[in-house]
Design a protein around this ligand. Structure first.
Ligand code: MLT
Length: 404
């Protein structure tokens, strides 16, 4: 008889954003005329920039010609894209990252979920609390955690690092030493950022303890402050302890196209083994590369015109972030984030439970956000709003929340 992976039975309910989508559907079934404003999932709303669309069309046309048709993409990505990433995202910022150290994929979510496969099950993971649910759930599925403890709202065997207003939503070094440390900055969900000195402390800690940092930098394009690092490799020694994951979704509107990449420095070793060949082996076995037209579209992001157009989109979303942040602040809400990140983290009024506040906002204002407790126990009494809506939706949603 076929047996299932029992670890899946430890998972709590459905994936956070699927649960929210279900709640919206149920509400809409009962209120067919409701005009719901969505600031929940961080999905982009602006059309892909013209320069990127031009490259996409051209690549599609190439696929229809005998002379320029392409079959399987190289497993690790086309050199034309890996070279631009290495040069513009890393070398231009003083990071010693070469094109061969970049693995192109069909998105950061897959990489965040899959990267744990190259590590042993005995590794202890540390995550921020609150946290993007994929890090924990993928480790639960793999069997690297114990059971879920409903009283604590945590999985046993995981080190949760509280991110609170007191520590500026930046975790303190944990008391118990982890083997794998997930960090995401600019942070999803709190919108907090880490200074170079703070990040350097984490790198030094990881080097000292032979731990590996899995650094999710999906939102780096939203950093406005020139002193905030965009990459962990801006810190000394990070090539010896860190893997970095990045996305084109939030940078260039690729949530529907799918493209991302992971950086594994060749010198990164743990337990005497280099990690680069393991991830390369996994790619070779389980993946056939991101589509050629999509990789060409990704390369267009790095052209002068592509960069300009993408920067304008980011500025558009950051203006939304400002509208949300200022609008709520001026009505007395306690808010943070939204300055170097597209997420605004607000305290629920009167210590309201996050899901209660979600329901209230949906029913009374027809506005959707994301309950903070969905990201972990320290997210309770918080609520996340996304700046990825269009301007009109964002302005109206803020007005509706203010008039509650
Ligand atoms: C979010 O809303 O947290 C993100 O859109 C989820 C994701 O990027 O997968």
């Amino acid at each position: 008889m076929a047996k299932i992976n029992q670890n899946y039975l430890k998972l709590q309910g459905s994936y956070l954003f699927s649960m929210i989508a279900r709640k919206i559907r149920e509400y809409e079934d009962g209120h067919p005329n409701a005009r719901i404003l969505r600031l929940g999932i961080g999905d982009v709303t602006q059309p892909i920039a013209p320069e990127i669309i031009r490259a996409l069309h051209q690549a599609v046309d190439e696929m229809g010609q005998k002379e320029t048709f392409r079959g399987y993409a190289p497993d690790l990505g086309y050199p034309f894209l890996r070279e631009e990433i290495a040069r513009q995202d890393y070398q231009a910022r003083g990071c010693r990252i070469s094109p061969e150290e970049i693995f192109i994929s069909d998105g950061a979510k897959c990489d965040c979920g899959n990267i744990q496969e190259i590590f042993g099950l005995e590794n202890k993971i540390a995550v921020c609390d609150p946290v993007y649910p994929v890090y924990v759930d993928s480790n639960v599925m793999a069997g690297r955690t114990g059971e879920y403890d409903p009283a604590a709202g945590k999985y046993q065997g995981v080190i949760y690092m509280p991110c609170t207003a007191e520590n500026g939503f930046v975790p303190d070094l944990p008391k118990e030493t982890p083997d794998l440390i997930y960090l995401c900055f600019p942070n999803n969900p709190t919108g907090a950022v880490m200074t170079r000195q703070a990040l350097q402390q984490w790198v030094d800690y990881a080097v000292r303890n032979d731990a590996v940092i899995l650094y999710d930098a999906a939102y780096e394009a939203y950093i406005q402050d020139p002193f905030i690092p965009h990459s962990i490799y801006e810190c000394d020694g990070a090539e010896r302890c860190a893997i970095e994951i990045r996305s084109f979704s939030k940078t260039a509107g690729f949530t529907g196209l799918r493209l991302g990449f992971t950086v594994i420095p060749k010198e990164l070793e743990t337990s005497g083994e280099r990690l680069w060949p393991l991830w390369a082996r996994r790619h070779g076995t389980k993946y056939n590369g991101a589509a050629y037209p999509v990789q060409r579209a990704g390369a267009a992001v790095y052209t002068p015109e592509g960069r300009r157009q993408v920067a304008a989109q980011i500025a558009y979303y950051m203006e939304n972030a400002r509208i949300i942040r200022e609008g709520l602040k001026s009505s007395g809400y306690e808010v943070s984030g939204g300055v170097n990140a597209p997420y605004i983290w607000m305290k629920t009024p009167d210590e309201r439970n996050s899901w209660e506040f979600f329901d209230e906002l949906l029913e009374r204002a027809n506005v959707v956000g994301t309950p903070g407790s969905g990201f972990g126990p320290h997210g309770e009494h918080y609520f996340r709003l996304s700046a990825f809506g269009n301007r009109e939706t964002t302005q109206e949603a803020v007005e509706r929340i203010r008039s509650l």
